[in-house]
Design a protein around this ligand. Structure first.
Ligand code: AMP
Ligand code: MG
Length: 364
C-alpha cells in the first residue's frame, strides 16, 4: 500500500509517501519558520497563502523522492483537524481535489493522532517489530497547541486523561523565549541558550493542579516576575522591555531553569498517570516539544536509551519512545503512519465531496 499523505495544519507545508507498516518512502517539509521569525509568531492568513504557494511543488517532490507516479498511489491521507482554519483548508481542498481527479480513496486524519503515530515510522520494512510500542500505552502529546496525556488501550483508541487548563507547554516555551529576547520558535532557541545556563539558578513553582491536568500560565508569570526582580525592575515593566536588561549568562540561566522546570512538570504528571495504569507497557512522547534533549535526558540514559531507573521505577519494563527529531515537529510522514494503522483496522474512506475541516475537535 502506498499512501500519499498531506499535512498543512499550521505553518509547515508537508507531503510524504508511506508504504506498508509505516515505512517512509519520502518525506518533504517546507517550513514557514523564516517568514514568521520576523513577526515572532504565526499569522494565520499568511500561513494559508504560503501553503497555497507550496502545496503542489511539495506533493510533486514527495512523489519524485519516492520514485512513484500518481498511478502507484493507493490512497490519500490528509490532516482535517485540529489546526488553523485557513491552513487546514488548503491541505484538505488539495487532497479532496486529487482524490476526485485520481479516483483514490481519501482518509481524514486527526493531527494529534498523527503526532502519536510518528513513533511507528521507520525506514526499513525488515525492522525488528519488538521495537514498536506495545499496548496498552500512555502517550504524552506536547506541542505548540496541545499538552495532553492520552491512554491508548489499543491501536486507534484514545482516552484523554489529562490536558492543559490554559497554555500548552510549547506555547509557554515560545512566550518565555519572547520575554528573554530569543527568536521564534521559542523551544529550540531556549534549548540552545540553556546549554550554557545553570538550571538550578532559579527555582520556579510547580502548579498545584489536581489529577492529571496541567497548567503552564503560572510558570510563565513566575518567570516574568523573576526576570523583573533580577533586573531590579518594577512589576509594571512590560514583558517586551525586559530582554534588553538581561546579561548573556543571566538569560542562559533563566532559559535553563525554566526548561528544567517545564520538563519536570511534564514527567511528574506522566509518572502519576502511569501509577494509575500499571498495565501500561509503553510510553510514547509526541509533538514538537518531544524534540527537547533535556526532557529526553531526564527520562533516558546511555547510548542504548535505557530507562532511567530512578525515574521510571517501578515501571522498569516499560518501553519508552521519542520520535526521531525530524518527526517531532509537523510533517506528513506521521499522517501517513496514522492513516496506515487506521486503514488496516478497517477504517472507512471519507467522501471527498463532503470532507469538512474541524479546527478545534479533540482526538477520538
Ligand atoms: P508542533 O506544535 O508539534 O508543531 O510543535 C511546535 C512547538 O514545539 C513550538 O511551540 C516549539 O517552540 C516547540 N519546540 C520545538 N522544538 C523544541 C525543543 N527542542 N524544546 C522545546 N520545545 C520545542
Ligand atoms: Mg503539530
Amino acid at each position: 500500500m502506498n499512501i500519499l499523505a498531506i499535512e498543512t495544519s499550521c505553518d509547515e507545508t508537508a507531503a510524504a509517501v508511506i508504504g506498508d507498516e509505516a515505512k517512509i518512502l519520502s518525506n518533504v517539509v517546507v517550513s514557514q519558520i523564516d517568514i514568521f521569525a520576523a513577526y515572532g509568531g504565526v499569522i494565520p492568513e499568511v500561513a494559508a497563502r504560503s501553503h497555497l504557494e507550496a502545496i503542489l511543488p511539495v506533493i510533486h517532490q514527495a512523489l519524485d523522492d519516492a520514485g512513484l507516479a500518481k498511478d502507484d498511489i493507493d490512497c490519500i491521507a490528509v490532516t482535517y483537524a485540529p489546526g488553523l482554519l485557513g491552513s487546514l483548508l488548503i491541505g484538505t481542498l488539495t487532497a479532496r481535489t486529487l482524490a476526485i481527479l485520481w479516483h483514490k480513496p481519501l482518509y481524514a486524519v486527526h493531527h494529534l493522532k498523527s503526532h502519536i503515530y510518528s513513533n511507528w515510522l521507520h525506514d526499513d520494512i525488515n525492522q525488528d517489530h519488538t521495537t514498536l510500542p506495545n499496548f496498552p500505552l500512555m502517550a504524552l502529546v506536547i506541542s505548540g497547541g496541545h499538552t495532553q496525556i492520552i491512554y491508548m488501550p489499543e491501536h486507534n483508541k484514545f482516552e484523554i486523561i489529562g490536558t492543559t487548563r490554559d497554555d500548552a507547554v510549547g506555547e509557554c516555551f515560545d512566550k518565555i523565549a519572547k520575554i528573554l529576547g530569543l527568536p521564534y520558535p521559542g523551544g529550540p532557541s531556549i534549548a540552545k541558550v540553556a546549554e550554557h545556563g545553570n538550571s538550578n539558578k532559579y527555582k520556579f513553582p510547580h502548579p498545584k493542579v489536581d489529577g492529571l491536568d496541567f497548567s503552564f500560565s503560572g510558570l510563565k508569570t513566575a518567570v516574568l516576575r523573576a526576570v523583573q526582580a533580577d533586573c531590579n525592575l518594577p512589576i509594571t515593566t512590560p514583558s517586551y522591555e525586559l530582554a534588553k536588561h538581561l546579561a548573556g549568562q543571566q538569560r542562559a540561566d533563566f532559559a535553563a531553569s525554566f526548561q528544567a522546570t517545564a520538563c519536570d512538570i511534564l514527567l511528574e504528571k506522566l509518572q502519576i498517570a502511569l501509577e494509575g495504569h500499571p498495565e501500561a507497557r509503553a510510553t510514547v512522547f509526541a509533538g514538537g516539544v518531544s524534540a527537547n534533549q533535556v526532557l529526553r535526558q531526564k527520562a533516558l540514559v546511555g547510548p542504548k536509551n535505557s530507562l532511567r531507573s530512578d525515574f521510571w521505577h517501578p515501571h522498569a519494563d516499560l518501553q519508552v519512545f521519542f520520535p526521531e527529531p525530524r518527526f517531532s515537529g509537523d510533517n506528513a510522514a506521521m499522517v501517513g503512519a496514522a492513516a496506515y494503522y487506521e486503514i488496516i483496522a478497517g477504517s472507512q474512506a471519507v467522501d471527498p465531496y463532503k470532507l469538512n475541516i474541524l479546527p478545534h475537535t479533540p482526538i477520538k
